[in-house]
Each structure stands twice: as C-alpha cells, then as structure tokens.
Design a protein around this ligand. Structure first.
Ligand code: ADP
Ligand code: LRH
Length: 489
C-alpha cells in the first residue's frame, strides 16, 4: 500500500503525518509533532528555520523506523514569509517572522508610490502589513540586490530537501506580487521593489512531481525513498482542500488555528472595490480555485494568554474554564492591530476593556471567555460581509483546524451566526496536503472526490444553532463598541 507523508507546519506547531488510502477510507497516523514559534533577537522577530528542517528530518527518520521505506511527501507552512538566497543557494539573512514590527507603517509608505486601489485591482490580495510586498519594501536594499533567488518558506524547505527551486503558486499569491489577471508576477510591483522577475523561480502548480530527496540526505540520515510532490504549500490552501465538503451546497469555512480564516472557495477572484473595503482577499488555491476570505486574529490570542500564564492550562482546560464564566461579560475587537504582537496579550486585552468601560477579565477563564466570545462575534460580521459581497447565502459552515476541538467556540459560532456548523477534522491541513498527493498520483479524481473521502474517513461534529437569550442587547453592545472604538482610534 502507498504511503503518503505530509509535513504541515503552522505558526504554533508542526507535524509529520503518514496516510494510506484503503478503498474510500483514508487512514492518518501522526508520526512526529513539534512546537514552532518565533523568537526576538536584537529587536526583531525571527523563525528558526534550521530547527524546522531538523524536525522534518527527524520525522522522516521516524517514518523509516515505522517501516515506511518508500512514500510520497508534501510540505506546507504558513504564508508570506520568505528567504533570500545567494548564487550558491545559501541563505543570506535570518528569516523574519511576519509579526515583526518593522512593517507596521510600511503600507502607508508604499501607498505613496502606488495606490491601495491599484494594488488590490492587480493582486486581489487584502492589505495586511506583513504581506511579502510590504516586508520586501522595508528589507535591506543591499541584501535584496544580492539575492539571486527569493523563495517562500516552504519553497525553501523543498529546496533544501531536493535541491530544486520553484515558487509554488498558492503561497506565492500571498506575496501580493502576483497579478490576478495575468497569473504571473506583476512587473509594476516588481519594479517598485527594484526586483527582477529572474530573482524568483518558476511559478509552479500544486500537484506536480518535483523530484526525490537529495541522495546525500537519504544516506546521512537513513531516510525513506521519497518522491517529492508539490502540494498547496500555503497551509490555508491545504486546509481548504482538506474540508469534508463535496462542494455541492453553498458552504463556507473557518480554518481555525493561529488565525481564523473565514471564507468561501470560488472559481473566480472577486477584486471589487467593495471587497477591498471589507478587506477580503483572493488567495490562490489548488486546481484554479480562489479562497475569498478574511483574516481574523484567531486563536493566537489564547495561545499568547496561555503562554504568558506559563502554559499552566491546556487549551481544553481553558475552554472548560471559559464555559463556566458569564457569557459576553467583556468583548474586544480582535482585529485591532494592537493584538497582532503585543508585549503582553493579557495586558492588551485588559487595557482594551478598561478603555471601553467594560469589566476587566483577570482570570484565565475570564480572558479565554472574552477571546472566544469576541472571535465568534467577529465571525458573525465576517460571514455577513461574505454573503453580501458574493451575493450568496451560506447553508453550512465548516470549521477545520485545531480550533474545531473548541466546543464552546463552535457552539457560539453556530448560535451567533445562526447557521449549522460542522466541526472537524482538526488535521484538515495535513489531510489537504495528502489529498493533493492522492489526486496527483491518480488515486483520487478531484477535490470533490477528496471531500467525499474525507467526510467518510474522519468523524466530525455538528453544532446546531440554539436561541441566544438577550442577543438583541448583545448585538447592540457589539455595534456600540465598534462605533466607540472607531471614534477613539
Ligand atoms: P496552526 O496550524 O496555526 O499552528 P492549529 O490548527 O494546530 O494551528 O490549531 C492550534 C489551536 O487549536 C490552538 O491554539 C488551540 O486554541 C486549538 N486547540 C487545539 N487543541 C485543542 C483542544 N483540545 N481544545 C481546544 N482547543 C484546541
Ligand atoms: C495561517 C496563515 C494565514 C496567513 C498567515 C500568515 O497559518 O498561513 O493564511 O495569512 O498564516
């Protein structure tokens, strides 16, 4: 039986999973898991990219120890971060983490040279100050000029494993440098950054067989014989390919991890002015799809609260503690930039509540409750915007990713959005990575068939909307909070 391996690295953790397909049943086994985080050095935040490579090698060694001698392998990670390489293929800088504060004001500066409207019309990508476009805009000019090639993080990992360089499309689209009409790099944006097209590699479609592991790595570390397949290397692209939807009814998703990415899969980009004003994006997906979605601050907020508390509670415990708290006691506007990378998330949440005259959440349970309530209210706004912009009515919302384990947040989402929520699988990203390998090898026909197999193979939980007492007052308070905050920022 064929073994399909997925390396899936999110901002908070990475894993290597192995899968087999038996009839219509996909079996998944996690072989290796590790933490991921960025660290601050000399005032900047960096990823430890060498550590990630070591973890991938360790995972592959475990695969061989588990009897996997030959397999296919795909890699996905978070988006927007990049690596500059010299002519010899060596990295010429540490890899900045997208939350690094150096880009906070970059959009305003860049848009003195080209308008926001023009960039959105070209790229269809929402403005997030950490997009590669803005990161490269503030990157050291000399290093940029020296760069022979610019790869995204997963492209770099593929390169280190195979010696082959490509810019995989789904992740490349998050650079905000691709033109949605030509589906190539936009020359105006490249020249604005003083970059040349040849500093990037070929734009490659997911599904392509890239090559094999470098023989020296196989020998040195005793690795399995792996055929390397390009998957949707942007984790969110893989996550959406891993949704258990047969793509029939009108459905939307929340890819719920470090970020909450709420949107729809579409066959065309929607880069209208209204979409730009609502900050909706058109990221490229597998097989010509687009993810029309919005970034919502997500579970990063609880990750930070947990970390500051010395990781004394598990995520499941924090959900339990939150469930025992008074609902909707204090609310925060999650997408405010102050929550992107504060020195202390706890203090930032407390400051927001104090400034807006709300009770100050002080315990882990109260903080968690405030975060989950506020996220669910943000999802409500985003779903309404999504339906308005696409002129579609969403019949079902899939929640995938680690956040699908959060029963409180899933139920709150069903109640506030007044929609059926199907939660799971929590490993949809690794699953999406694998189904593209299955489609590539001919074992599955397309994403629709994949959705059916995923639905049959992994248990999910259905949350039906329940009537929320006092929802009118709550929604009035939420609207008031938005107006109040707008007038003070
Ligand atoms: P990423 O890929 O962005 O690193 P994941 O999809 O792995 O993120 O999701 C991680 C998040 O999932 C955690 O921050 C946590 O909030 C949530 N999570 C994971 N397991 C549980 C659980 N058992 N109960 C509640 N929440 C959970
Ligand atoms: C989620 C994610 C998201 C991006 C962000 C940088 O992990 O890839 O889709 O916006 O990280």
């Amino acid at each position: 039986m064929n073994n399909y391996l997925a390396v899936d690295i999110g901002a908070s953790s990475g894993r290597l999973v192995s899968a087999t397909l038996e009839g219509d049943q996909l079996h998944l086994e996690e072989l290796h898991r590790f933490n991921n985080s960025f660290t601050e050095r000399d005032g900047h935040d960096y990823w430890n990219i060498d550590h990630l490579l070591e973890e991938i090698i360790q995972g592959l060694q475990k695969a061989k120890q588990n009897g996997i001698h030959s397999c296919t392998l795909g890699i996905d990670t978070w988006a927007v971060d990049y690596v500059l390489l010299d002519k010899e293929g060596n990295r010429i800088h540490e890899v900045y983490a997208y939350r690094d504060a150096r880009t906070l004001h970059a959009p305003d500066r860049l848009h003195q040279l080209i308008s926001r409207e023009d960039v959105y019309e070209k790229t269809g990508i929402q403005e997030l100050n950490f997009n590669t476009l803005y990161q490269l805009f503030v990157h050291d000019r000399e290093q940029l000029a020296q760069a022979d090639k610019i790869l995204m993080v997963p492209d770099y990992l593929y390169y280190r494993l195979t010696g082959i360089m490509v810019n995989e499309m789904t992740n490349a689209s998050t650079m905000q440098l691709l033109n949605v009409n030509t589906r190539e790099f936009d020359e105006d944006l490249l020249s604005l950054l003083q970059l040349r097209r040849d500093q990037f590699s070929e734009l490659a479609e997911p599904g392509r067989v890239l090559g094999s592991l470098l023989p020296e790595l196989v020998q040195k570390y005793d690795l399995p014989d792996c055929q390397i397949i390009l998957v949707p290397t942007h984790d969110t692209a893989s996550a959406v390919a891993g949704v258990p939807s047969q793509r029939e009814e009108s459905w939307a998703y929340i890819s719920s991890g470090t970020w909450s990415l709420l949107g729809m899969e579409r066959s065309e980009a929607l880069n209208t002015k209204a979409a730009m004003q609502a900050n909706y994006t058109n990221e490229w997906g597998a097989y010509g799809t687009y993810r029309f979605l919005k970034n919502i601050m997500g579970l990063w907020m609880i990750q930070e609260v947990r970390r500051e508390g010395g990781s004394a509670h598990s995520f499941a415990e924090l959900v339990q503690l939150a469930s025992a708290e008074t609902p909707f006691a204090s609310l925060v506007l999650c997408n405010q930039s102050s929550f992107l990378n504060p020195d202390s998330m706890i203090l930032e949440i407390q400051r927001f509540c104090e400034d807006t005259g709300q009770p100050i959440p002080r315990t882990p349970g109260a903080l968690a409750r405030c975060i989950f309530d506020s996220l669910a209210l943000s999802y409500r706004d985003a779903l309404h915007e999504l339906q308005r912009l696409t002129d579609e009515t969403v019949a079902k919302l899939h929640i995938v990713g680690g956040g699908a384990n959060n029963e409180l947040l899933c139920q709150l989402t069903a109640d506030l959005l007044e929609i059926e929520v199907q939660a799971g699988p929590s490993e949809s990203t690794a699953i999406g990575n694998i189904v593209v390998q299955l489609i590539s090898s001919g074992a599955l026909e397309d994403l629709k068939a994949a959705g059916r197999v995923i639905a049959q193979s992994f248990p999910t939980r259905l949350y039906k909307p329940q009537l929320l007492e006092g929802s009118k007052e709550l929604l009035d308070r939420w609207e008031h909070l938005k107006r109040q905050t707008m007038s003070t920022t």
